[in-house]
Design a protein around this ligand. Structure first.
Ligand code: COA
Length: 415
């Protein structure tokens, strides 16, 4: 079966996490992703957070599946010539260098267009044009600058960053969409274009509902936030809301049986209005179905703390899985807090390829997250990440270099 992006060639100049997430997705969809690295060191993540000496880290292997690796010194004139040959041959260049680095290498947008007018150049930067455009940015900087940290955590505590890599992987996802959109546009424009994603913008996009709440504040308190029920006045910016639901259906994380010892014995419980009657029956409060303080969603808003305390007295009598089974019989939305251990061992995630076991020649078997996007006619088979420079000879040969020329490039440290 052919893959959706068969025939698309990606010159992958990405490193660390944000860019590699993007090109890994494109590789899973069938693109030929040629990752360019510096000889000797390669992508810095190969050596970061290593769990086994001298073996590519899980940080690297889990972000660079299905790619080929070629080592080229972009600052060596002969290495640069190799890159120019790749620019002519590829459809897309993806990079997430610090601002200005690609230009300093000599690959300005004008130069790339001269070499290949059909090339799409896709970039991730920390910030878009403006006061911070020249800054280097990592995940947590983006979470803080994009509105996530100021709205995550508990109201009277410090801002929190989240474990979900919304700045890096989130922006990589945004960029991948930009690239396939530009590829589609090229089918009728015949031209390449620049695709840029700023991590601040990507995070803000994912925090859209919090900008919604910022504007709602002008028209009164945010009644679904627990601080409303607690009688605490709102300030002039969207506050941190703990585990309150970000939507119109109030929700909380509640303790389940075993919470005293198990840090993940919790359940997210949503008091969705249409199933309120079923919730009342389940927790043993049938009188709440008709009581004027509880029957209507609006009446419940100032009482959410008391309501969730009562529901928690029920969830604490069940394990998170027992509660999940019972509640789902009545379509009451809820979700167990699953640990990474539980996710790694979950058979249904293995069956769908969302969690995959990969074999690596130096590391042996390890687990990874497979492609979370399922295409019925283009399934993603996860192949191990490349060793540093594993495909240098292969790619150079495809570019027309002879064995002797490759040896000469190596002798001059150009590749
Ligand atoms: N051959 C020769 N030089 C190479 C090379 C190659 N194959 N690959 C990279 N380099 C050089 C670059 O040209 C650059 O040199 P210069 O500064 O002299 O122009 C240098 O390596 C370092 O690149 P840089 O991107 O500045 O790396 P860094 O480790 O200092 O910074 C980041 C890392 C992530 C902070 C930075 O790249 C960045 O802000 N990127 C954009 C935002 C982003 O994606 N952040 C999230 C990362 S998960």
């Amino acid at each position: 079966m052919s893959k959706a992006l068969d025939g698309v060639r990606i010159l992958d100049f990405t490193h660390v996490q944000s860019g590699p997430t993007c090109t890994q997705l494109l590789a899973w969809f069938g693109a030929d992703v040629i990752k360019v690295e510096r000889a000797g060191e390669g992508d810095i993540t190969r050596g970061q957070l290593r769990d086994i000496p001298d073996v590519d880290s899980l940080y690297f292997t889990m972000l660079n599946h299905n790619k080929r690796s070629i080592t080229v010194d972009a600052k060596n004139p002969k290495g640069k010539a190799v890159l120019e040959a790749l620019v002519k041959k590829c459809d897309v260049m993806v990079e997430n260098f610090a601002p200005g680095a690609l230009d300093r290498m000599g690959f300005t947008w004008e130069r790339i267009q001269e070499l290949n007018p059909k090339m799409i150049v896709a970039s991730i930067k920390g910030f878009g044009p403006g006061p911070y455009q020249d800054c280097k940015v990592y995940e947590n900087v983006a979470q803080c600058a994009g509105g996530s940290a100021s709205t995550t955590g508990f109201r009277d505590e410090v801002p929190l960053v989240t474990g979900a890599q919304i700045g890096d992987s989130g922006t990589g996802l945004h960029l991948a969409l930009g690239i396939v959109t530009a590829l589609y546009h090229r089918t009728h424009s015949g031209r390449g274009q620049r695709v840029t994603c700023a991590m601040q913008d990507g995070v803000l996009n994912l925090c859209r509902v919090k900008l919604r709440d910022q504007q709602r504040l002008a028209h009164g308190p945010l009644k679904e936030y627990s601080q409303y029920g607690e009688g605490i006045p709102f300030g002039d910016a969207t506050p941190r809301a703990g585990n309150d639901s970000g939507g119109g259906q109030p929700g909380r994380i509640l303790k389940c049986k075993g919470w005293e010892k198990d840090p993940n014995a919790y359940l997210y419980f949503i008091t969705q209005a249409p199933v309120w009657g079923a919730i009342c029956d389940m927790i043993g409060e049938p009188g709440w179905k008709t009581h004027p303080d509880y029957a209507k969603a609006e009446a419940r808003l100032p009482r959410l703390n008391a309501i969730f305390e009562r529901i928690e007295r029920w969830t604490m009598t069940k394990t998170k899985f027992e509660a999940m089974d019972l509640l789902n019989q009545h379509d009451i939305p809820c979700g167990p807090i699953l640990s990474m251990k539980e996710l790694a061992e979950e058979p249904s995630l293995r069956a769908t390829g969302t969690v995959v076991e990969v074999d690596h020649p130096k590391r042996g078997k390890y687990l990874s997250v497979g492609c979370p996007i399922k295409l019925s006619d283009s399934p993603a088979d996860v192949k191990r990440s490349p060793l540093l420079g594993e495909h240098t000879d292969e790619v150079l040969t495809e570019l027309g270099y002879t064995r002797e020329q490759i040896q000469a490039l190596r002798a001059e440290r150009a590749v």
